[in-house]
Ligand binder design. Structure first.
Ligand SMILES: [Mg+2]
Length: 236
């Protein structure tokens, strides 16, 4: 086993519970629309905008791996349908992004990241739209890799290869931590990274690939990495 030098973290559902964040952001945006762009509200309920988002995601736009772009395109189409111009979609997206960053980390996250950052290179590897500098996470994470930057989304091999090249490390020197069986675990494993499944919600694993380990919080990750480190030293 190679010594682990870096940890890449999925963000949504790994460092915070994201479902409620998106729920609140969608509601807050709709309230904002009522005041500033009422025609969109009259035409589209919160649910209608979600359906439109899914339509855009499944449609034929380019760069559909980039969720920021998909959401902007959704607002553009909603605005266009009621006669608003492009500035509407930019403004709506920026407003939604503001609310999307109103998150609360799982309780151990910042302390664990601080400790881990003293021993390992830490990176964010996300398919989502959260930006680490808006959350203060850039204090601990030195790299931020998203589909819009890498030109591909997890589980595609390309985004993991891009990550390795950015970090200047081989895949075996990196462990990826994430909650998603396919995007995080299968994707990272197929690219040769070590994999740790973050199981915050007590789920059962019933997928084809087997992660190298399962944890329920980052304190367990710290202990796991110590164990791996000891094993590596014994082998060496
Ligand atoms: Mg996730």
């Amino acid at each position: 086993m190679r010594k682990i030098k870096a940890i890449t973290f999925d963000l949504d559902e790994t460092l915070w519970s994201n479902g409620p964040v998106i729920e609140r952001a969608d509601k807050a945006l709709h309230q904002w629309l009522q005041e500033k762009y009422p025609l969109v509200c009259e035409r589209y309920s919160i649910e209608d905008l979600r359906v439109l988002l899914e339509e855009v995601r499944l449609g034929d736009i380019s760069d559909k791996h980039d969720r920021a772009r998909v959401r902007q395109e959704m607002y553009r189409r909603a605005g266009e349908a009621v006669g608003y111009g492009d500035e509407f979609s930019l403004e709506a997206y920026s407003e939604w992004q503001h609310h999307r960053h109103q998150i609360e980390f799982f309780e151990e996250v910042t302390e664990s990241l601080e400790r881990l950052s003293k021993k390992y290179i830490l990176a964010a590897l996300t398919n989502g739209t959260a930006e680490i500098h808006r959350l203060g996470l850039d204090t601990y994470l030195s790299f931020y890799i998203s589909p819009s930057i890498a030109g591909a989304a997890k589980p595609e091999r390309k985004i993991f290869e891009y990550t390795c090249s950015q970090l200047g490390l081989s895949p075996e020197e990196i462990v990826h931590v994430g909650d998603h069986p396919d995007e995080d675990m299968r994707g990272a494993q197929e690219a040769g990274l070590r994999t740790v499944w973050m199981n915050r919600f007590d789920l059962t694993w019933d997928h084809s690939v087997t992660p190298d380990a399962m944890i329920t919080d980052l304190r367990q990750l710290e202990r796991l990495l110590e164990e791996w480190e000891n094993n590596t030293q014994q082998v060496a």
